[in-house]
Design a protein around this ligand. Structure first.
Ligand code: NAG
Ligand code: NAG
Ligand code: NAG
Length: 375
């Protein structure tokens, strides 16, 4: 029986409940072994309701991870009872669980003191009040994801930054009320910060000064913050030498000099996204010269880039595996065709190539195009 339980641990929840359980009475009982129910994943289970959640969280007395992403029928009352019943929870995913309100966060803060990861993307009803409760109760938090929680302001983020000093990851995408003050608080309160997403927030150029203090940062998303100045951003990789991924897309101030400097000092830089920036062939040529690490580069919508820059970069950057060129209108289709065969290790992405991939995928999926039928 012990060996069977070990084997059952590798099965999905669905298999356990709808296959293993039906074999015989012994297997039915074994499928309910507490050791199999520390991790409960109801992601996308649109039919899962309060009863299902309650039964599954009652099988073991030590639920460690719970994923309720995109569930539709579970009530916030039930979620609060579950939070109270699961004090060992370390990871709680509530992405797009629209019933999450401050009262729910208060309950989580009150009972789930072991929590390390909390996903609240799209839980648009929460406010600072709830976050303060989380900050007070869940001091061990490592990751908090708050994208599209648009009522959240600096007050909530500062509470987290002050109380949760082990915080490593935070996503604040589309939290439009979050400003420089939050970034300052995170830089001072959380020395282990590794991952910060500030896309579409209200932060300004001043935040770059604070980010420089985050010496362990590996992923930084500063896209869609057009006030970030190329002069202050250029030195980011000198200060944050562990930076592996940076997104500075949608900032028309960002020029060749800035991007060149980021790449030149970025010893660990693997992914660089600068969609719709003011860069030209000069940056591409220098990137090829300087980098020994870059794997992914997206320069879509950089309208001044031409065939010359793209060819030189492809030839001089042996680590490159992906080059995004959507709407680089001065790069010709013929040149890209040529590059695709000359550098097969690089994925080029253009509108034409992506359309072809889509058609190919549809064909493999069994879709028949008129052309196929005529052949
Ligand atoms: C953010 O920094 C800018 C200076 O770069 C300053 O003008 C602005 O007032 C600051 N905003 C906040 C909310 O601190
Ligand atoms: C980079 O930023 C752009 C614009 O904000 C966004 O659309 C894109 O998803 C981001 N890419 C990555 C890989 O984060
Ligand atoms: C490159 O393209 C191939 C095929 O379309 C895909 O399987 C692979 O994941 C892509 N690699 C990257 C880095 O995007």
């Amino acid at each position: 029986m012990h060996i069977l339980i070990v084997i059952f641990k590798n099965l999905s929840m669905k298999t356990l409940l709808s296959t293993v359980s039906l074999v015989c009475k012994t297997w039915y009982r074994m499928a309910r072994d507490p050791g199999l129910w520390h991790h409960i994943d109801l992601q996308h289970q649109h039919k899962a309701d309060d009863r299902v959640l309650w039964i599954l969280t009652s099988l073991s007395d030590r639920v460690v991870t719970l994923n309720l992403c995109d569930t539709k029928l579970i009530s916030s009352d039930c979620l609060m009872l579950v939070a109270e019943k699961c004090p060992s929870l370390q990871s709680l995913v509530l992405t797009r669980f629209f019933g999450v309100v401050d009262e729910v966060l208060g309950c989580i803060g009150k009972h789930c003191h072991q929590l390390l990861n909390l996903h609240l993307e799209g839980c648009y009803r929460i406010t600072d009040e709830g976050l303060v409760k989380i900050a007070e109760g869940c001091e061990r938090l490592r990751q908090v994801h708050l994208s599209r929680c648009s009522y959240v302001t600096d007050k909530g983020i500062c509470a987290l930054a002050t109380k949760c000093k082990y915080l490593q990851q935070i996503t604040l995408e589309n939290c439009r009320k979050v400003t420089n003050n939050s970034v300052l608080a995170l830089a001072e309160g959380c020395p282990n910060m590794e991952f910060i997403s500030l896309m579409f927030t209200a932060v300004t150029d001043e935040s770059v000064q604070h980010i420089r203090k985050m010496r362990k940062i590996t992923v930084l998303d500063l896209s869609s913050n057009p006030s970030v100045n190329p002069r202050s951003l250029a030195s980011i990789t000198q200060f944050c030498s562990k930076l592996e991924c940076i997104n500075v897309s949608l900032n028309e101030q960002l020029d060749d000099d800035c991007i060149i400097e980021i790449v030149r000092c970025g010893r660990e830089l693997k992914r660089l996204y600068c969609v719709s920036c003011a860069i030209t062939d000069r940056a591409l040529i220098k990137i090829g010269e300087y980098t020994k690490t870059l794997v992914t580069l997206d320069i879509g919508w950089c309208k001044e880039v031409t065939d010359e820059g793209v060819c030189k970069l492809s030839a001089t950057c042996p680590t490159l595996r992906y080059l995004g060129l959507i709407r680089c209108d001065k790069v010709t289709a013929d040149t890209v065709e040529h590059l695709v065969s000359q550098f097969p290790h690089i994925n080029y992405s253009t509108f034409l190539l992506e359309s072809r991939k889509l058609i190919e995928k549809a064909r493999q999926g069994g879709f028949q195009f008129n052309d196929d039928i005529n052949q």
